[in-house]
Design a protein. Structure first.
Length: 306
């Protein structure tokens, strides 16, 4: 059964908070992910912060959900989220808590953290929001642990992200958790977000950190290497795939990625091997063979190489 991503749109919603994650999930669906998107609100037409009107959506209480689904709450204006009108939405806050207690992961984008905070789900948990409002969030809800200078947080099925574009980073992070790093890269590349940022904007995987370029031929080779790491290929094969001479391919690959072809292959081997090591049914020699190596000794050298 498809994983459902439910977007809760509130009055004065920020368009990019909605559009970025929504588009990332849509691209994932186009690439074959078994996802569904649903939108809901508090049962009335609304206007975004930029003045764009949105027709009446399904009332949140009508949404069907199951364990493993995701609720995403794009940010709305601070004035609305601190208004008496919003704070009276007791049925909404109870619904959000019930979803979470039923096994639905809840995610806030930017100011959406104020919605989760009002529902009580952030008490004694790490969270973040737009840098201009972390102080206000901390002061209004003293039981929560607001993190500054961070892109997104994740704790016990609760995700929060900082301002605007970080919602895309968070969504790509979730897509990677569900579909793997290579799949997340394909979605990021479709969005022209080649350098996907982690929550702390550091320690990207060996595979993702060499993809911050726009050269389609080199991307094609990198995709081939990742998908066929167990096979032995010659430099000429890669050059042909990139439609270049061997000499030119070697030069362009280093220029675009900042590393050599061999170093990149070994980085992918390392990333793949680490994933295989999580499977207790695979022996070291089986893992070595799956990443194109001939012995446990070669595997150990790859894993310990910094």
């Amino acid at each position: 059964m498809a994983t459902k991503f439910i977007f809760l749109l509130l009055p004065q919603v920020h368009i990019l908070d909605l559009a970025g994650p929504d588009q990332a999930i849509h691209e994932a669906i186009d690439y074959g992910a078994d996802f569904e998107i649903e939108h809901c609100s508090i049962g009335q037409a609304l206007i975004t912060t930029s003045g764009l009107p949105v027709g009446a959506l399904k009332h949140f209480s009508e949404v069907k959900f199951k364990t493993g689904d995701f609720l995403l709450i794009p940010g709305s204006s601070y004035n609305y989220l601190t208004s008496k009108l919003f704070l009276q939405q007791k049925e909404l806050f109870l619904w959000i808590k019930n979803l979470y207690n039923s096994g639905v992961s809840v995610c806030s984008i930017c100011m959406g953290a104020f919605v989760l905070a009002e529902s009580g789900l952030l008490n004694n948990k790490n969270c973040t929001t737009h840098f201009k409002k972390t102080k206000a969030l901390r002061e209004k809800y003293p039981k929560i642990q607001v993190q500054d200078n961070i892109l997104f947080t994740e704790q016990n099925g609760i995700y929060t992200s900082a301002g605007i574009a970080s919602g895309i980073d968070l969504t790509l992070h979730i897509i990677e958790q569900l579909q793997g790093s290579h799949f997340a890269h394909l979605v990021a590349r479709e969005l022209v977000v080649f350098s996907r940022r982690n929550g702390t904007d550091s320690q990207e995987s060996e595979f993702l950190k060499f993809r911050n370029h726009l050269h389609s031929g080199i991307h094609r080779v990198q995709d081939f290497i990742f998908e066929n790491i167990q096979k032995k290929s010659a430099l000429l094969d890669y050059a042909d795939l990139a439609d270049m001479s061997e000499r030119n391919f070697t030069r362009i690959f280093k220029k675009e990625t900042g590393t050599t072809v061999l170093a990149y292959i070994n980085a992918v081997r390392k990333a793949k091997a680490r994933e295989y090591l999580k499977n207790p049914d695979l022996s070291r020699i089986e893992i070595a063979n799956k990443v194109g190596l001939q012995s446990e000794k070669q595997l150990l050298r790859i894993l310990t190489n910094h």
